[in-house]
Design a binder for this molecule. Sequence first.
Ligand code: TRP
Length: 481
Amino acid sequence: MTAIARPKNLWLGRWGFVLAATGSSVGLGNIWKFPYMTGEYGGGAFVMVYLVCIVAIGVPVMMTEIALGRRGRGSPIDAIRRVARESGRSGLWSGLGWMAMLCGFMILSFYVVVAGWAVSYLWKSLSGGLTADSVEGMAAIFGANNANPWNLGFWSTLVTVATMAIVGLGVQAGIERSVRWMMPGLVVMLVVMIVYAIFSGSFGAGVQFLFAFDPGKLTGQAILAAMGHAFFTLSLASGAILTYGAYLPAGQSIGRTTLMVAICDTLVALMAGLAIFPVIFANGMDPASGPGLIFMSLPLAFQQMPLGGVIETIFFLMLTVAALTSAISMIEATVAWLNESHGLSRARAAWGVGILLWIVSTLAMLSFNVGADWKLAGRHFFDWLDFLTSRFLMPLGGLGTALLAGFVLRRESLEVELGLPSAIHALWRFTIRYVCPVAIVMVFLDALGALNADFDWRWLAMVLALALLAEVVLARLTRRA
Ligand code: TRP
């Protein structure tokens, strides 16, 4: 069987896709969001659930998205419609693509604000504005940076313009080139910071906090947050990975690629945790300080390190680049769609979307100053964007993707694309058909408080085990000679 449409843009090198997908997934989610959420939800228990979600939901869903993208060769809307029609199913499944595009746009609207923090800290670092002798002092700097809408707006606007400029030019060249040096650089920076933390921070306390599993701390909300974050950090269900998959050359292994991306992403998140929490405990800071966590804690550590000033500047530079390579991927789906299906040039599409993005992100930015009181049900606009996408749109998108791949499409369709050995394929299929949908629905029910406390999990485990057995047997029986 051949692919349905012929690809126009493909990644250049053998590593092109891995680099770009890693660039998309490694970002503020790993270095800013993961630590502060871990802090808010009490540490090890959250980390554990997050890791389980990466393996059991994130990896299979990512494989599916890449396979859908490559088979449909297009933006999420077009690719999903083609793949569904090819299996003789309704083109309405492309609604999943619409949802993904909306989700990517909403995420980007608050992401550019956080990326703006990173750029402003890069600037402060260069101009010597990041000096304070206590956590409170650093918190004051963070607060002052947010308080002036013109200042904060300047930085988020800068990020918006940079993102659109790169996407307008076409992602391949720009991304492949920047990620190639940025990823190793980021890892080196994190290693330097971990070494510092080992010698000068409360390293034991940090490790304990990150990895001590205390099931008592697990609430339905924490589990939903961990699952949502697994989607967020891998850039799933928002068009990014699917669109990048559309540019993946035919011969490359989707399974291996996915593993590489997921492992890099997880390692960077855990390294960020190891770099940050020792500093937090050594300085008596509250790990549950929220979104400002890394901006208040790390500069304090940099000040005390030998060559700290230089390291600080390089760190915020890396953070900025990591944020940009992610931001680009969030809007690529929309730009690709306007370009392919509506004949707009990439540049026009990028600037058009950019204007809309600028308006929405400016509203999000105002949540930190002028609009501090504009709350709905206790949340700012900024918080709403994050909450709706991570807790609802992404898990639901993942559920839809799993159902589409597991039950709606013809079996051969993605089987050919994935090209896995039969036992592994059976495992993937089982996960996509049962584990992902059941897990996502259960987590929702649990977060809504609809699950009984004495729900007997053994039943569920048994049913799932039987389903797995059936899948494996079926795979054996239907194996082609
Ligand atoms: N994964 C990125 C991060 O961890 C964020 C991101 C990039 C993203 N593209 C996305 C999140 C698409 C959701 C959807 O920072």
